[in-house]
Design a protein around this ligand. Structure first.
Ligand SMILES: *[C@@H]1O[C@H](CO)[C@@H](O)[C@H](O)[C@H]1NC(C)=O
Ligand SMILES: *[C@@H]1O[C@H](CO)[C@@H](O)[C@H](O)[C@H]1NC(C)=O
Ligand SMILES: *[C@@H]1O[C@H](CO)[C@@H](O)[C@H](O)[C@H]1NC(C)=O
Ligand SMILES: *[C@@H]1O[C@H](CO)[C@@H](O)[C@H](O)[C@H]1NC(C)=O
Length: 400
């Protein structure tokens, strides 16, 4: 008996962690008939690399024009590899950072080699979405042939007008950025949004051993939600109360500034500069559309991501009230009170709309009634359009 209860509790716990804020509304039966109840809602996380636009700078940084030989750090005297932009089998264009690796064949973008040393070998990769997004898990960048020894990750929240550093990466933080090396685990709840320099992903360990450079989102969430992200409510509560926390994970563009390639754990050897270059096979950006808690779906419309706004809101991020629904000023939905939040709907002048959802007894019914008196009509999941929230290769945060 008690085992059953425990099992039920566990199931309920898991269900609420998975389903939280997924539903914008549901039809609830009352004595007066069916009424819509509204909740704070957000789209599911998706693999945003499928929707990003990539630009590399400076012009001519991609290898192969003219064709060029290159060596590797592990075997600098075996220089039989060639990059040739005019030959599809030997070309390494930027879109290979974004493709899916099929049949175990790894494809990658590659730069020219460092033949102009001592001039630095610099490259920028700018990723744009034309949509405000929120990171939901770690950003991964996979480098073939070694990770850069100096690199900066920048972000923009205003479609590339202004940029700010997001994280510094170097084999020597003090030397290169005059910053103390830190790890995310050195951060406490009060300084979790601090921009740090880390040496964790820049030291030479062999190009095959460790290919990934990460921007840690999960470890930052874990500071509030626990190591296995079981107390997501705590995180959502902090998102509402801690200034700058939500914004820390928010972006419209990202930029990788590659400042010095892998060196193989030693100094630059001028007699063989063909072994120094950058090569990236994959960039993973697990994120969700920011819809201000007013949408549970985000769809590709004419090539741009667009929140499917509910609660009488509109705009790409549901950032304003629909025309004629401005009885009160626009407000983002709130994660609080957990588990359903507050939708903060926009209402037509003279209507009582919005207030009924905050009614404790109504939301109480939704939680406690085990006999399915409520009809979970899910208007949000209808339709056959391809959506970034649909079950493709997505990662849903609280599930791991
Ligand atoms: C990379 O972008 C920065 C601005 O974020 C700019 O100052 C720099 O010149 C760019 N570097 C290259 C190689 O284009
Ligand atoms: C960005 O998205 C908005 C809204 O979907 C659209 O109106 C605009 O044309 C897009 N801009 C570009 C450069 O695609
Ligand atoms: C963050 O705060 C903790 C304790 O409050 C401190 O030990 C740590 O050095 C701080 N980290 C940074 C990067 O300032
Ligand atoms: C939109 O506004 C109308 C009129 O105020 C209201 O009846 C309706 O419930 C609102 N819809 C949502 C989703 O809040």
């Amino acid at each position: 008996m008690s085992l059953q209860v425990a099992l039920l509790l566990l199931l309920r716990c898991l269900a609420s962690a998975w389903a939280q804020y997924e539903l914008c509304k549901s039809l609830v039966s009352t004595d007066e008939g069916s009424v819509w109840e509204h909740y704070a809602c957000q789209p599911k996380p998706a693999a945003m690399k499928d929707y990003m636009r990539i630009k590399v700078d400076p012009p001519g940084i991609t290898c192969g024009n003219p064709p060029e030989r290159f060596c590797t750090l592990e075997n600098p005297y075996l220089c039989s590899d060639e990059c040739d932009a005019s030959n599809p089998d030997l070309a390494h264009p930027p879109q290979l950072m974004q493709d899916r690796e099929r049949n175990g064949l790894i494809t990658y973008w590659q730069t020219v080699t460092w033949r102009r040393h001592p001039e630095p070998l610099l490259a920028n990769i700018t990723l744009s979405w034309n949509k405000t997004l929120e990171l939901t898990d770690d950003l991964h960048i996979t480098f073939e042939y070694g990770r850069p020894t100096i690199m900066v990750l920048d972000k923009s929240m205003d479609h590339g007008r202004t940029w700010q550093p997001y994280q510094y990466y170097a084999d020597d933080c003090l030397d290169n950025f005059n910053m103390q090396p830190k790890r995310v685990r050195d951060l406490s709840p009060t300084n979790i949004t601090r921009v740090i320099c880390t040496e964790q992903y820049s030291r030479w360990v062999g190009s095959k051993n460790e290919k990934n450079v990460k921007f840690e989102v999960r470890a930052r969430f874990a500071v509030f939600a626990g190591a296995r992200l079981q107390q997501m409510d705590n995180l959502y509560t902090r998102m509402e109360s801690m200034k700058g926390l939500r914004d820390f994970f928010t972006f419209t563009n990202l930029r990788l500034r590659l400042l010095r390639p892998a060196l193989g754990g030693t100094y630059v050897q001028r007699d063989n500069l063909l072994k120094y270059f950058y090569a990236i096979s994959n960039i993973d950006v697990p994120a969700r559309c920011k819809c201000n808690l007013h949408a549970s779906q985000c769809l590709l419309v004419d090539g741009n991501l667009q929140c499917q706004c509910e609660h009488n809101t509109t705009g790409q991020d549901c950032q304003r009230c629909k025309k004629g629904f401005k009885a009160k000023s626009w407000k983002a939905g709130s994660f609080l009170p957990t588990p359903n939040g507050t939708p903060n709907t926009c209402a037509i002048a003279g209507s009582p709309s919005g207030s009924i959802v905050e009614d404790e007894t109504v939301s109480g019914i939704r939680d406690e009634n085990p006999h399915g008196r409520l009809d979970h009509a899910e208007p949000d999941t209808q339709g056959q359009r391809r959506t970034p929230g649909a079950p493709r290769e997505e990662r849903t945060l609280p599930m791991m």
